[in-house]
Design a protein around this ligand. Structure first.
Ligand code: ZN
Length: 557
């Protein structure tokens, strides 16, 4: 089959140059510049790893191709782009104690026991991913729960949203947290009836312990980066925005690129203005478009789960709080202004409607000074006051959103906000209707980095099990092409990368994936379960599913 195909192509060649690659016999799908779904059956790649063209039929192909690859009729998509993730945290989450999907505090304890036994050399045990909301008893875990398992060294276990942490007594001691310790600004030390810390730390209070955890070495970071790349490539993500790159992370990324170990493309946003100044980036794409530090990541508030999201009105399920405001208007203006003055992009985390309104005002002011082509980004834009959504387009503000947050948060959002304040909640279609740009991502490792459950959530407003029937606030569903656009062109645009990635068009990188189903025609539950078979970056295969390689060898016999 393979050989016949090369002969067929060769017959069309005027004079063979033997340098290009033609991937044919594919069900090619992508979103065009007009926002419509485009189909193609062949992709021609130059020897520089960039796209020369796509073709809708083999008859169209009048080219020199030295290498023919038979796609076997499989579906081919541009490499997916995650517009908001945390690369080192994803890698660390593979290396650290993984508590995602724990079913109870007993389950958490059992995983902690196993991990402690097999990681006897770790001076600190760091874990991530518990969510008491998904436990039958929704009570937060405590230091006592952890002490029952590990007493000889500090244990620090972060909640799935990163906005709360439970620690054991050794860790409380290491951080010097006692009944006398005051709550830090923007944070809370949970206490029992006698005022003693329970071990649960919220938002800024987590830093009291976090600052004591030994920093990862460059060797640790190199390992984490490798793990993160594997995780991303295996789910079809070829580029990602890293939201909160530290100077040490940046060094690790550069080191990997220098030895040709950086396969994904990273659009970095420094963790705060200090990090940006320390890194002093050029703003240029480096290492053949694999790495760029383009801006700064700031935080306007916390998260909804821990009631750290800053709301215009009190929480429906806790009337004495409106959440946490992280920055005064003046601080936000100063920090965002500094980055903007240096020519950098600004990306601000805002979850609650008050935080979103604050960031919108700051951006409106920045736009008056710097123009509206600076692609100001709001990260999450989760709970917006409906009247604020139309403020996005005039200042050129991009909503950088994560569809799987909607499916994970639905019940919690209803509890926190009540039924009457959800009009601008995870409101993707309203954002697009306002005329604003939308970038999609996953916020990995808060959610899985797999973009297919995200695409599914975007078109259905349902989780992987089809809940709730008909979708949650279904007016906010997107079409398939709108959803795919968010994970390709939209996320590329948000990272100033749209001339390089996000579509398979002449001059852009041949970053693409082969998947196991026609994602444009399957139902949402099947879409969520799409499996990536091969991942290619710059015209080179960088990841392949083991069963896919075996299957092909089998067919070749
Ligand atoms: Zn994030």
């Amino acid at each position: 089959m393979h050989k016949c195909f090369i002969v067929a192509v060769a017959a069309l060649l005027a004079s063979p140059a033997w340098s290009n690659t033609l991937v044919s016999n594919v069900n090619g799908l992508q979103v065009g510049a007009d926002g419509k779904l485009q189909r193609f059956s062949a992709l021609l790649i130059g020897d520089d790893g960039k796209v020369l063209n796509t073709f809708t039929s083999l008859e169209e192909v009048r080219v020199n191709a030295s290498r023919g690859i038979d796609g076997g009729g499989r579906t081919l998509l541009p490499g997916l782009i995650d517009g908001h993730g945390h690369i080192m945290a994803l890698g660390q989450s593979v290396l650290n104690l993984n508590l995602v999907g724990t079913s109870s505090v007993e389950d958490l304890q059992s995983r902690l026991r196993t991990y402690a036994a097999s990681n006897a050399d770790r001076r600190w045990i760091v874990g991530f991913g518990w969510n008491q909301e998904s436990w039958a008893k929704k009570a937060y875990p405590t230091a006592a729960d952890l002490d029952a398992v590990v007493k000889d060294r500090p244990v620090v276990l972060e909640r799935v949203d990163g906005h709360a942490t439970v620690v054991n007594s050794v860790a409380l001691k290491a951080a010097g947290i006692t009944a006398a310790t005051k709550d830090p600004v923007g944070g809370k030390i949970e206490r029992d009836v006698r005022g003693n810390p329970t071990g649960l730390l919220i938002d800024a209070a987590t830093a009291l312990v976090g600052s004591k955890v030994p920093a990862p070495t460059q060797a640790d970071l190199a390992k984490a980066l490798n793990k993160a790349q594997d995780a991303l490539l295996s789910v079809g993500v070829t580029a990602a925005a890293d939201m909160g790159t530290s100077p040490a992370d940046w060094t690790a990324m550069q080191n990997a690129a220098q030895i040709d170990r950086l396969n994904i493309r990273i659009m970095s946003y420094a963790a705060g203005v200090d990090s940006l100044q320390k890194i002093a980036p050029s703003g240029q794409w480096l290492y053949t478009d694999h790495l760029r530090m383009g801006g700064v990541k700031l935080y306007a508030d916390g998260a909804l789960g821990s009631r750290g999201a800053w709301l215009k009105q009190p929480y429906a399920d806790k009337h004495d709080t409106r959440g946490l405001q992280f920055l005064t208007d003046a601080q936000l203006r100063e920090q965002a202004g500094k980055a903007a003055a240096g020519g950098f992009q600004v990306a601000v985390h805002a979850i609650g409607d008050a935080a979103n309104a604050q960031v919108l005002s700051a951006y409106e002011e920045l736009s008056r000074k710097h123009g509206n082509a600076r692609r100001w980004r709001i990260e999450h834009f989760q709970i917006a006051d409906p009247v604020d959504i139309k403020r996005l387009p005039p200042a050129g503000i991009i909503a950088s959103m994560q569809p799987t947050h909607q499916t994970s948060d639905r019940l919690m959002a209803e509890a926190r906000l009540g039924p009457n304040r959800l009009g601008g909640a995870y409101a993707w279609q309203s954002v697009l209707k306002s005329g604003a740009r939308l970038a999609f991502g996953s916020d990995f490792p808060v959610e899985s980095p797999n973009p297919f459950p995200g695409l599914s959530a975007a078109v259905s407003r349902q989780d992987m099990n089809g809940q709730p029937p008909g979708g949650w606030l279904p007016a906010e569903k997107l079409s398939f092409e709108q959803a795919l656009n968010g994970f390709t062109r939209g996320a590329a645009y948000a990272g100033f990368a749209e001339t390089k990635i996000g579509a398979l068009e002449p001059g852009k990188w041949a970053d693409f994936i082969l998947v196991d189903r026609d994602v444009s025609s399957v139902d949402p539950q099947a879409l969520a379960r799409t499996q990536v078979l091969e991942t290619w970056v710059a015209g080179k295969k960088v990841w392949e599913r083991a069963s896919s390689a075996a299957g092909r060898a089998e067919r070749g016999k």
